[in-house]
Ligand binder design. Structure first.
Ligand code: PMV
Length: 321
């Protein structure tokens, strides 16, 4: 029996990944850029056990079967393929992020699983190889392997599609949670519907590639205001795109719009604050670390708020008994 435990944090994209070029390999239609957070960790222990008849999955003390277990078992098949192993594994995971509420729980989940499973099966992978492996579980997980700000290169194939660190100004994020329930349509399903039915999808793909170049430059120049402006435009474009599916999907609620209104009011008051929103109703405010407490105070009237700073990439830890 061999065992390994890993911790990973979610990441929030400032240039979004929305759409796949290759669903089997999880190759994205465009590159993306994100900040790994220092809050809401996922801790995952993988125990490889020759005596098990099948893989098993426990999340926050509950045994899971069906789709979540199938996804994990398919991912373990990839790890077993790399390791030349056949034994099944027990996966025990705890998530400090509300699962499925558009706060990137799949990113921290598959990043932690990639690090723990590869170690438990005896693989010694480089950060780039870990990022490529995590990508196979969930695209955005490729970025949670990286500390701080990461750029995920779209790449041409499995080998060239990975995330790596990129220079960026000091920043903070205020996470404004308005809804903790599971989102109605998964990002996986919504991405396919977008690509198949939205007339705007080709324009999203070409414009996002250009947006990413501008974002990487703005980050390297340390221009936080420009980083925020590009991020908010990109997020609102993604939601406009998603709403243009047939049948339409709308993740934004009236509570999300209330938060967006307050961010505009803060900006009118001279506060550097810009919104981004993943595939859910919760809003994340990109800001200067010095102004984060003031923004969190203001938004506390309409959302529950947590201030996040750049956090560590996924890593192995000692198992807690
Ligand atoms: O990695 P997935 O399949 O959970 O998709 C993530 C999609 C967004 O969170 C909306 C955007 C992103 O780049 O993280």
């Amino acid at each position: 029996m061999t065992q390994a435990t890993a911790v990973a944090h979610p990441n929030i994209a400032l240039v979004k990944y929305w759409g796949k070029r290759d669903a089997t390999m999880n190759l994205p239609a465009t590159g993306s850029l994100s900040m790994t957070l220092d809050v809401f960790p996922t801790t995952t222990t993988v125990t490889v056990d020759e005596t098990l008849a099948a893989d098993s999955l426990e999340l926050d003390g509950c045994t899971l079967e069906g789709t979540p277990l199938d996804r994990v078992a398919r991912f373990l098949d990839i790890v077993r393929g790399l390791a030349g192993a056949s034994a099944h594994a027990r996966v025990v995971t705890t998530n400090a992020v509300p699962t499925g509420a558009g706060l990137a729980s799949s990113a921290s989940g598959f990043a932690a699983l990639a690090v723990a499973a590869s170690a438990a099966y005896g693989l010694d992978l480089t950060p780039r190889e870990l990022s490529r492996l995590a990508r196979r579980g969930s695209g955005s997980a490729s970025r949670s392997i990286v500390s701080g700000v990461a750029v995920w290169h779209a790449g041409d194939d499995d080998e060239t599609s990975f995330a790596e660190p990129t220079a960026a100004p000091d920043m903070a994020m205020v996470i404004a949670t308005v809804e903790e329930r599971e989102k109605p349509v998964s990002s996986r399903v919504a991405m396919v519907r977008t690509a198949e039915t939205s007339p705007f999808y080709p324009a999203w793909v070409t414009s996002t590639a250009e947006t990413l170049e501008r974002m990487v430059d703005a980050c390297a120049a340390g221009d936080l205001d420009l980083v925020g402006r590009i991020a908010e435009t990109n997020a609102l474009r993604m939601h406009a795109l998603i709403q243009s599916c047939d049948p339409p999907i709308r993740y934004l609620t009236s509570a999300s719009l209330t938060v967006l209104d307050r961010i505009e009011a803060l900006r009118a008051d001279g506060v550097l604050a810009y919104a981004t929103i993943d595939a859910g109703p919760n809003v994340v405010v990109l800001c200067d670390p010095a102004q984060a407490p003031r923004i969190a105070d203001d938004l506390a009237a309409v959302a529950s708020t947590v201030v996040a700073r750049p956090g560590p990439g996924a890593r192995l830890v000692e198992a807690v008994a």
